[in-house]
Structures are given as C-alpha cells and as structure tokens.
Design a protein around this ligand. Structure first.
Ligand code: DON
Length: 594
C-alpha cells in the first residue's frame, strides 16, 4: 500500500503546520554547513549537509553510499551499494545470506512503501522443529548454530524489487564497490575483531574457521587485511544476472548443501524453497503523533506496531514539559516511557506474527480509543508491574504468550541505515542475519542467517497455537523497526532505526521522543541513554547518567535492571538548516553528508 502524496497533510490541522515550521526542510537547501566527513563533529553535534545524507553502520559502507549519491544515485541505489559493502565488512551483522525490512519515501509522488525481505521457513519446517526429543524447547544458543535456524534469505530479492521501483543507476554498478573491496581486501575493524574473538562455535564452521581465524586458531586481529574472493565472485554474478543468480542454480545449490550437510543440526532446505522466495510489499503502519505522522514496518515485524503503540499511549502525556536534563523530571519521563512500553510489549508478545498465517489485529492495536484506554491504565506515580495484553478490537484472537525468539538477551548483530538523497527520497532499512555471525554456516563468501530462531520455540500454550510458532513457508516475527517521520505537509523529517533484538523497539521509541518531544538534534537523541521495558523490569543503560535515577524509580515500584546496550541507531533528520545525520557511538557507524 502507498499513501497518496498529501495523505499526511489531510491528517493535520493548519495549526499543527505552523508548530512544525522548525522541522521543515528549507527548499533552497538551507544554510547549514557542509561536512564531507573529514571534519568530525563535536560530540553531540550531528553531521550537517545540504544535498544528501547517509548514516550507516560501518565507515566503508557509509562512504560507498555517499559516493553513489554523488554520482546521482537515489537513496535506494545508495542502500544497495552500502548493504553489499556491509555484507563484506560487517559480515557478523547482516548480508545477502539474511533478510531485511525497508521503508521508502518517494519525494515526487509522496508514496510510502514498505518492503518485506524477511527470511522464510522452508517447506520442511514444522511447529515442533525447535523442541528436543522430550518435547522441551531447545536452548536458543544451541538452536541458532547450524542448519536448523536458517531461513531462505530475502535481502537480494527485496533490494531488486525496491530497485525496480525506485532505482536510477544500473543495478550492475551498485555492486562494483563491494566487489572491488572484496578483491583488494579491507581492514578488520576493532568491533569485528572483538566479535570474532568472543564468538561461540564460529571456528566449528569449516569455511568460517579459515576465513575468520589464523592457523594457530586465534581470531584474526583488528587491522588484518581480509580478502573475500568467493564473495567477489558471488556479487559479480548477481551484478550481471540479477537476484536470479542467487535464487536459482549454482549458488542456491551451494546454500542447500551447506544447510543440509551442516556439521551441527543439518536441516532440509531445497532449491525449490530458495527459488520460491518472494519479497513482499506490505502496507506500512502509520500513526499521527502530536504534529507528525510516523510510519513503520507492519507484520511480520512487530517493530512498527509496537513502536507506534508506545507513542500512541504516550500521546496522553505532555512529554515535552519534562526537562530530561533535570533528575526529578527525567524520573517522570522514564516512568511514563517504561510503562507505555510495558503495555505495548504485552500486546506484541501475543498478537503479532506473520499476517499470511495468523490474523494480526493491526488496526485494533493502533485504534485511538484503544490506545487511550491503555494510557488510562498508567499510574503517573506508581509502576504497574507485569501487565496482561489488552483487547484491541473485536477481531483480536488472544494467543498465549510464550517467551522465546528474540526475547533472550542478545543484540550484537544486525545493522540499520538511513539515507536521504538529493531529491528528498528517503530510506530506512534494518538488515540482519540474526545472531552475531548468524548460523556460522558460510557459503560462497557470505554467512547464512539463523533467523528462524525468531519463531517461538513452544508451538502451543494454554490449549492453543502460538501466533509466532514455526510453520512451513512462514516468516518469523521480527522487532526490526525501520521508521520514517513526516511533517504536516507530508514531507519526510526523519529516518531512524536500530539493531538490538527485541530491544530495537525501545531504542527507536526513545530516540523518536528525544528528537520530537525534546527537540534534540538526531545525534543527541541517539546519545540519550537507552531505557527499555519489555513488560518486565525497567532496563536502564549501565554507566549512564540515568543510573542516578534508580533509587527514585525503585521508590515508584520499578524493578530495575541495569544493562550495557549495543544499540546501533543511525538516523537522518531534515531541519530548517538542511540535513543532519547521527550515528550511535555504541557501535562503529558514521553519518556522512554533502
Ligand atoms: O528480526 C529481529 O528482530 C531480530 N532477528 C534482530 C536481531 C538483532 O537485532 C540482533 N542484534 N542486534
């Protein structure tokens, strides 16, 4: 589904437009500075640009994206080129062996498109695939390694579809930077080296062992030049023959062989499974929030609905009256954010799954009356404790909640990029192979995902099937939350998203509130310590200034869990002075503009 050019405009009153003047794009390009990426901004300052802006999870991929924009490429062109470089230089996080969700805004038509490139379970998948011989769910750490968790990759089909609709430069050209880098070699980053050194069972994968480790068994160090000729060859074929080169023939055969002959938990994936993969366009989910319209990814991701539910519940509270720099007021703000988040996650855990398999009450979850009801459950002075899901409309079928999938503590992989091109087209894309280094199975130069472990391992509970149980041909529920924000004129004002497992939703909600309610620039909004509540304890970022608020929050009845977060927020905002980009200091991404 796409929204007509002025859909957002019709949703807002004229007064709202005036209030928005501070966030609108200056048609002349603004008077902001232009950083070419050589001048590092001060901490807390965004990177500024006038023409275009990218915020990407690795400097080499960010530079590639900007290069494509400089050549006149669109945001989609830059996304494809950057993601191919990410497959090479951030292989632990995402790549062509995995999947993605992508939000796109076309400035010319006002269309908002959302693309689903989620991995799909092969025909051999069953609701019981993640149970051991005695009917107990497998441990996530075990199930994620080897063949069992591998879903049919969706990234390339999705990018091909998006390129057909919104690309300008030839498909072939977009692969050349990654091919060259794979042949010439790139320096292993500090982060990649750390993750190689600490990866569990990576060295057991026969190909990964040789690629990521030295002969003495130690992990390759930061600065080591890594070449990937297999990936160069794979990308060359896809560049020349389109995504078909991946989904049919030789490469597809190699994938099925890697999965079915995996040294750990081999599983059946056929060439027919791979050839049948289809990227899908889904209706984006949108909600007016104060004077903005916020749009995200609908099911099978829970990202859009749950982020929007948090914001929708918070509409009842005047968040901008809280000075987040003052401890007393920050306590209030964190309390409200945590409680809204708790309520939204309670719904997420039971109602959201692949909409081609289960009825998801998307409209009910975002219904204004329902959200107002949920806001009314919040006590401004006292924590609610664990909440039950609500009843979002008559169509909602309550399905029992079962922990599993992304609910466990992890979050070091996956990647997000945000791009706005010179024509004002915007992309917000989160891509993943799930766990750090995915299934550990490496084939033709890339790692295969373990995304099927995002299914609930227990297929039934409370006498009924679980919405997010595994099934043949089904897509596991995700938390990926690529998000676009529009002003009252239907113009894009922000693209944002993050990796981080099921906490992604919390990271993105916090950043949106910081930017929109607290009027922070995108870098500052990203820097605000993360606070997440997944209908359990209130998690507070370890080592952050919010730790000082813990005694006051405990007094309100919150159970607190301090946590070290590895969010990887990457965002772009359109301001009256031009474009601003920000990247999460918790990872190694950068924003670059002109
Ligand atoms: O789709 C999802 O929600 C997860 N597979 C994403 C995994 C993730 O973000 C892990 N680390 N940051």
């Amino acid at each position: 589904m796409t929204l007509p050019r002025n859909a957002a405009l019709r949703l807002f009153a004229g007064a709202a437009l005036l209030a928005l003047a501070a966030c609108q794009h200056d048609g002349a390009g603004g008077t902001g500075f232009s950083f070419s990426g050589l001048t590092a901004p001060e901490p807390g300052d965004p990177v500024r640009g006038e023409k275009h802006m990218v915020a990407v999870g690795h400097p080499l991929a960010a530079r590639t994206a900007r290069e494509i924009l400089r050549k006149g490429g669109t945001a989609i062109d830059a996304t494809i080129a950057a993601e191919m470089v990410l497959t090479l230089v951030e292989p632990q996080s995402s790549g062509i062996g995995g999947g993605a969700f992508l939000m796109h805004f076309a400035a010319k038509t006002g269309a908002i498109d959302s693309y689903d490139g989620r991995e799909t379970a092969p025909k051999s998948a069953t609701p019981y695939m993640f149970l051991d011989g005695t009917g107990k769910p497998l441990k996530w750490a075990d199930a994620s390694v080897g063949g069992l968790g591998v879903g049919v990759p969706g990234l390339l089909r999705m990018l091909e579809l998006a390129h057909k609709e919104h690309g300008r430069l030839p498909w072939r050209d977009l692969f050349q930077p990654a091919i060259k880098l794979a042949r010439d070699g790139f320096a292993i980053s500090e982060r990649l080296a750390r993750q190689i050194a600490s990866a569990d069972r990576l060295a057991e994968g026969p190909v990964a062992a040789i690629y990521f480790f030295e002969n003495d068994g130690s992990g390759k160090k930061a600065g080591t030049i890594l070449k990937n000729l297999d990936l160069a060859d794979t990308l060359e074929r896809v560049a020349d023959n389109g995504a078909d080169a991946f989904y049919k023939g030789d490469i597809a055969k190699a994938i099925t062989a890697a999965v079915s002959r995996a040294p750990i938990r081999p599983a059946k994936m056929t060439e027919a499974d791979i050839e049948a993969y289809k990227a899908k366009k889904r209706p984006p989910v949108c909600l007016p929030y104060r004077v903005w319209l916020i749009c995200g990814m609908g099911p099978p991701s829970s990202g859009g609905l749950t982020t929007l539910q948090i914001l929708g519940i918070l509409r009842a509270f005047d968040l901008n009256k809280f000075d987040i720099e003052s401890d007393g007021e920050a306590v209030q703000a964190l309390h409200l954010l945590g409680e809204a988040s708790r309520l939204a996650y309670a719904d997420r855990n039971v109602y959201i799954g692949d909409p081609d398999f289960v009825p998801v009450p998307s409209a009910g979850l975002l219904d204004p009356d329902y959200l107002t009801l949920r806001s009314g459950e919040i006590d401004p002075k006292k924590a609610l404790g664990k909440r039950q899901p609500g009843m979002p409309g008559p169509g909602a079928t309550l399905r029992p909640a079962v922990p599993g999938g992304t609910d466990s503590l992890k979050g070091l992989s996956t990647t997000h990029l945000s791009i706005i091109d010179a024509d004002g087209n915007a992309v917000s894309m989160t891509a993943s192979i799930e766990r750090t280094f995915g299934s550990r199975l490496m084939v033709r130069g890339f790692l295969l995902n373990n995304e099927l472990t995002d299914f609930n391992f227990k297929p039934n509970a409370g006498g009924g099937p679980v919405a997010n149980r595994a099934e043949a041909g089904k897509r596991p529920r995700s938390s990926m939350s690529p998000t676009l924000v529009f002003d009252g004129g239907g113009r894009v004002v922000m693209a944002i998203g993050s990796p981080g497992g099921s906490r992604i939703i919390g990271y993105v909600a916090k950043t949106l509130i910081a930017a929109l309610d607290w009027k922070m620039n995108v870098q500052k909004a990203i820097d605000v310590p993360n606070v997440v509540n997944r209908n359990g304890p209130l998690e507070i970022e370890k080592g952050s200034r919010f730790e000082a608020l813990i005694p006051a929050l405990k007094k309100m009845g919150h159970e607190i869990r301090p946590l070290t977060y590895k969010s990887g927020l990457n965002g772009v905002m359109v301001t009256e002075d031009g474009l601003e980009g920000g990247s999460d200091p918790r990872r190694e991404g950068v924003a670059l503009g002109d």
